[in-house]
Design a protein around this ligand. Structure first.
Ligand code: KG4
Ligand code: ZN
Length: 332
């Protein structure tokens, strides 16, 4: 069964063709990084215009790469949310139009659950469910109980900035380009993480939730009015990164211990970070960490196609044409 996946939740226009939920025949991602770089973050109106221009060429490119004709596609899968409302509408309407024109089913999937499916897709060993889903991206920081693939219940999330957003903002403070995560990782690899005493954010009333805005402000104050040397910048990056990641590691260990989870499924752009992977290996060797493969951690449509296939097989039918997008993670 061939599934065509469409992803337009934020600033990537992506289309993928996946066979039987796992075998990726094409995975085309057109990033809008250049468009948004000068603003230091995503400008929704510009993102929507760019999706409109790019979506059809990107679909065409995926079909060409997979050497598949549109008429051979059996299912359309699309990211229904969470994301930017205008961007979601473009993807969802394209999926509905293709479904009508080709007379094939279409299905909406959750972008965050798809990030976790990307890790599952990258892994050949069986996973013991229920497990812990850990989504660390530019838009989300969530720990989720995963009873089975394609289902999730939020355990905790950020009350302010997402972790990737904090990386992007700290990068901006240090004069690094957008998106800042990979630049912070690179800079941090040369620094001393014990030089600056930052501390992680605490959410009193719900201690498993995350808060990164205080940490980001602490970095801002550490840099304020100082002409930082390159060495100092590396130390700030390393100290910030260590504190942010230790907070994630500690909370994941706590939730796993409380619930007896042995497997962790990771998703989102921040999980590209090698230091994060190292810290889990070092601090939690008893847990099996399942990371997304290269090309599947950042936003992509292969994960959307894969999860859509799974859901379709389970439900035995697609969605009707009244499906609406949702902008927030709790589906409101
Ligand atoms: O998953 P993603 O493509 O988009 C969202 O769904 O938000 O994640 C993008 C985020 C950006 O904030 C970027 O700075 C961060 O992932 N990121 C990283 C790394 N690579 C990407 N953060 C830390 N270390 C990295 N190596
Ligand atoms: Zn994402």
């Amino acid at each position: 069964m061939l599934t065509l996946g469409i992803e337009t939740t934020c600033d990537e226009t992506a289309c993928a063709i996946v066979r039987n939920g796992r075998e990726i025949l094409a995975n085309v991602v057109s990033s809008q990084i250049d468009l948004h770089a000068e603003y230091g973050g995503v400008v929704p109106e510009l993102a929507c215009r760019r999706h409109l221009e790019l979506l059809i060429p990107v679909i065409q490119q995926a079909l060409n790469q997979a050497e598949v004709r549109l008429e051979e596609i059996n299912l359309i899968s699309v990211a229904q949310g969470p994301g930017l409302i205008g961007a979601l509408l473009i993807g969802l309407n394209a999926a509905k139009a293709l479904s009508l024109a080709l007379d094939i089913p279409y299905i909406g999937v959750d972008h965050v659950e798809a990030h976790l499916y990307a890790a599952w897709m990258s892994h050949s060993e069986p996973i013991s469910f229920p497990c812990l889903g850990v989504v660390l991206s530019g838009g989300h920081t969530s720990l989720m109980t995963i009873p089975k693939l394609g289902q999730s219940q939020i355990v905790s999330q950020t009350v302010d900035d997402a972790i990737g957003e904090a990386f992007d903002k700290v990068a901006k403070i240090l004069g690094l380009p957008y998106p800042g995560g990979p630049h912070i990782e690179q800079l941090a690899s040369q620094g001393d993480s014990a030089k600056f005493k930052f501390s992680s954010g605490r959410v009193k009333e719900s201690p498993l939730d995350f808060s990164f805005s205080g940490l980001k402000t602490a970095v801002l104050y550490a840099c304020k009015d100082l002409q930082l040397s390159y060495k100092e910048k590396t130390d700030i990056a390393a100290s910030f990164q260590k504190v942010a990641f230790q907070d994630v590691v500690n909370k994941c260990m706590k939730v796993s211990e409380m619930n007896g989870y042995t497997h962790l499924l990771f998703g989102g752009g921040v999980t590209n970070n090698q230091k994060l992977r190292e810290m889990f290996k070092h601090s939690a060797p008893q847990l099996t960490c399942v990371w997304p493969a290269l090309g599947l951690s950042l936003d992509n449509a292969a994960m959307i196609a894969g999860l859509g296939y799974q859901k379709y097989i389970e439900k035995g039918q697609g969605d009707n044409l009244h499906l609406e997008p949702y902008t927030r993670i709790n589906k409101c």
